[in-house]
Write a protein that binds this ligand. Structure first.
Ligand SMILES: C[S@@+](CC[C@H](N)C(=O)[O-])C[C@H]1O[C@@H](n2cnc3c(N)ncnc32)[C@H](O)[C@@H]1O
Ligand code: SF4
Length: 389
């Protein structure tokens, strides 16, 4: 079992808070799609771990189109990608195939087009149902569209829909955050990803805050939004299976769960990351260089398409802590003992102890889990548990 992530590095408009890799110029789109086709072929053996060479081909059980804005792709462009994937990979008949879609792209015609592709899960970037928040963040859609697109996608047959929301936005009052959650529940989606607004360096939002044009994120308000979210999600039978991810009726994101459960994945497209059990590699986050690297006359000696690293034991251990502690499956102490050894286990237990005493972490059946209080400072706890070489 493994996943494929495909990064579509284009957006029509730059959101003020975003530091993901994308370009607002679409002039390279066709060249990117050609390069992607080449990468699909070139990377076909990456998931077959060179050490544990599998006899059966690795089955792909999730495909995830992320961005950027994958919903800018036409049905034909998507189908060309699926054709190549089917030609070179073994894709499970019931694979979860997710596409991130921006509300302004989701006209009825577009939803129908998407329904004619193998995409069976839509991840819609709503962020907020209030115009003042959407304007402040420079989103390309308005609140009316945010409401319409979920219903239209359901009407046209998409049953598996997840929406993204952001809390802690300076313009978002606590009352409106509660209402955003309520609206999400009423829309009857089975999965919600909710992120705390992060002011990333070098983004427009960071400049606006520096110039005093927008208030900074208020940590106390963000914590209050987080607590409200936990309570409301519980009331509405949503399970928090990762700090920012909630689902109902077992509609977990299979793709993201694969990351957290340390399954292998192949990332295609600029900035995409891959992991096959032994090596981690990431593609260059530059559209022109990514495209050039697949051109015939490119001097590969001068510019590599991707960087690669083999993780040290401590790096592997730190990554294990960072990903598992945030999930409802917890951090498995037996796994740490078996895979990393006794020194790592003792270091983990010593560091975890103080948080156990404070009530931020609980230990159950040889596993560590974050309590609600601990979830608020998850990154701090994880970094305290890290081992530094
Ligand atoms: C990179 S976007 C790609 C999806 C799609 N282009 C969209 O905007 O809906 C994935 C999600 O990350 C979240 N996100 C990105 N930057 C963020 C930030 N600085 N703070 C909080 N959430 C952020 C947003 O909720 C967004 O929907
Ligand atoms: S949040 Fe989404 S639409 Fe906005 S710039 Fe980032 S990737 Fe593009």
């Amino acid at each position: 079992m493994a996943g494929i992530y495909i990064h579509i590095p284009f957006c029509k408009q730059a959101c003020h808070y975003c530091d993901f890799h994308f370009s607002t110029s679409l002039k390279n789109k066709d060249a990117f799609l050609l390069a992607l086709q080449k990468e699909i072929v070139l990377q076909k053996d990456y998931l077959s771990n060179p050490i544990i060479k599998a006899e059966e081909p690795i089955e792909i059980n999730t495909i995830y189109f992320g961005g950027g804005t994958p919903s800018i792709l036409s049905q034909k462009e998507l189908m060309n990608i699926f054709d190549s994937l089917h030609q070179h990979y073994t894709i499970s008949g019931d694979a979860e195939i997710t596409l991130e879609a921006n509300p302004d792209d989701l006209t009825i015609a577009k939803i129908k087009e998407l329904k004619n592709t193998p995409v069976n899960r839509l991840s819609i970037g709503i962020q907020s149902f209030y115009d003042e928040d959407l304007k402040m963040m420079n989103r390309a859609h308005n609140s009316k569209e945010a409401l319409r697109v979920v219903k239209d996608s359901q009407d046209k047959g998409f049953e598996n829909i997840t929406i993204d929301l952001i809390y802690g936005i300076p313009t978002l009052s606590t009352k409106n955050w509660k209402q955003n959650l309520q609206t999400a529940f009423e829309l009857n989606v089975k999965h919600i990803s909710a992120y705390c607004l992060t002011i990333e360096p070098k983004t427009t939002l960071a400049h606006l805050v520096k110039e005093g044009k927008i208030n900074n994120v208020d940590e106390q308000k963000s914590a209050e939004h987080f607590e409200i979210m936990l309570a409301e999600m519980r009331k509405n039978n949503f399970e928090q299976y990762e700090i920012s991810n909630f689902c109902k009726d077992n509609c977990y994101s299979k793709h993201n769960s694969n990351y957290w459960l340390k399954k292998n994945y192949l990332g295609l497209g600029p900035s995409a990351h891959s992991y096959n059990g032994t090596s981690r590699q990431w593609n260059i986050a530059n559209n022109a260089l990514y495209i050039r690297s697949f051109e015939k006359d490119f001097d590969a000696g001068k510019q590599s398409r991707f960087e690669e690293e083999t993780l040290t034991t401590s790096q592997q251990y730190n990554e294990y802590i960072l990903t598992t502690l945030r999930t409802m499956w917890g951090t498995d102490l037996k796994y740490i003992e078996n895979v990393f050894g006794n020194d790592y286990l003792s270091s983990c237990l010593i560091e975890a102890d103080k948080y156990i005493l404070l009530g931020d972490i609980r230990k159950e059946n040889d596993k560590l889990f974050l309590n609600d209080k601990g979830k608020l400072i998850a990154d701090k706890i994880a970094s305290d548990l890290f081992v530094v070489d």
